[in-house]
Design a protein around this ligand. Structure first.
Ligand SMILES: [Zn+2]
Length: 190
C-alpha cells in the first residue's frame, strides 16, 4: 500500500480541520507496480482522499448520514472512471486500530455495496489516530513522517501555536468480505 504525497496532504488537512472531531471519506486509488525498497512490487496506490461532507461526527464517532448524497458521490466517482478502494476515518486520542463498531459498520457497508450491484472483492479501511502534542519549547513549522513495520506516524507542529502540534498515526486494514476477515497491511508513503 502506497500513499502519494497529494493524498497524504488531503488526509492530514482533513483530519486537522476540526481536530477534536472524527472525520472520514473515500479513498480513491489504483493497482500498479512501484519501486519499493529497490524492488518492483505490486502495490495499491492511494491517490485521493475525498472527505464526505454529509456525515454525523463527534469525539468518538463518525458516519455518513445522507444515503442519497453518499450514493451520489459513489456514482460520480464511478462515472469519472475512478475506483473507490476503501475509506478512511480518524480517531481522537485513541489508537490507529479498528474498533468492533468499525468492523460492524464496514461489514454492513460492503454488504450494502453489493446490494447496489457494486462488487467489492477487497476493501481497505484506514484509521488515523490524532494526538495533540504540547511542547515546552517553541517549535518551528515542520512536517515529518516516521515509518514503522506497518504503520506511519506523521508529526505536524508549529502551525499556529508554536507550542502545539499533532501526531497522526496511520493504520490500514484489508477487509475480505468472503471470509469476513480483517488484516493489517504495511503502509509506505512519500
Ligand atoms: Zn473507528
Amino acid at each position: 500500500m502506497y500513499i502519494t504525497e497529494n493524498c497524504l496532504v488531503e488526509l492530514i488537512a482533513s483530519c486537522l480541520e476540526i481536530p477534536h472531531k472524527e472525520v472520514g471519506g473515500f479513498l480513491i486509488g489504483k493497482e500498479e507496480k512501484r519501486f519499493i525498497k529497490g524492488e518492483r512490487t505490486d502495490c495499491l496506490t492511494l491517490d485521493i482522499a475525498y472527505q464526505i461532507r454529509t456525515c454525523k461526527s463527534g469525539k468518538s464517532f463518525w458516519q455518513p448520514e445522507n444515503v442519497r448524497a453518499y450514493n451520489r458521490i459513489i456514482d460520480t466517482i464511478k462515472a469519472m472512471n475512478f475506483a473507490i478502494v476503501g475509506e478512511y476515518h480518524s480517531h481522537i486520542h485513541n489508537v490507529a486500530e479498528l474498533s468492533d463498531a468499525d468492523k460492524n459498520f464496514i461489514e454492513q457497508e460492503v454488504d450494502d455495496f453489493s446490494k447496489h450491484g457494486i462488487k467489492v472483492s477487497n476493501w481497505i479501511e484506514m484509521v488515523l489516530n490524532i494526538e495533540t502534542k504540547n511542547y515546552s519549547r517553541k517549535q518551528a513549522q515542520a512536517f515529518t513522517c516516521k515509518y514503522f513495520r506497518k504503520k506511519i506516524r506523521c508529526n505536524v507542529r508549529g502551525m499556529r501555536d508554536p507550542l502545539v502540534g499533532y501526531s497522526i498515526t496511520i493504520g490500514i486494514y484489508w477487509f475480505n468480505p468472503e471470509k469476513a476477515m480483517f488484516e493489517e497491511v504495511s503502509v509506505r508513503g512519500p
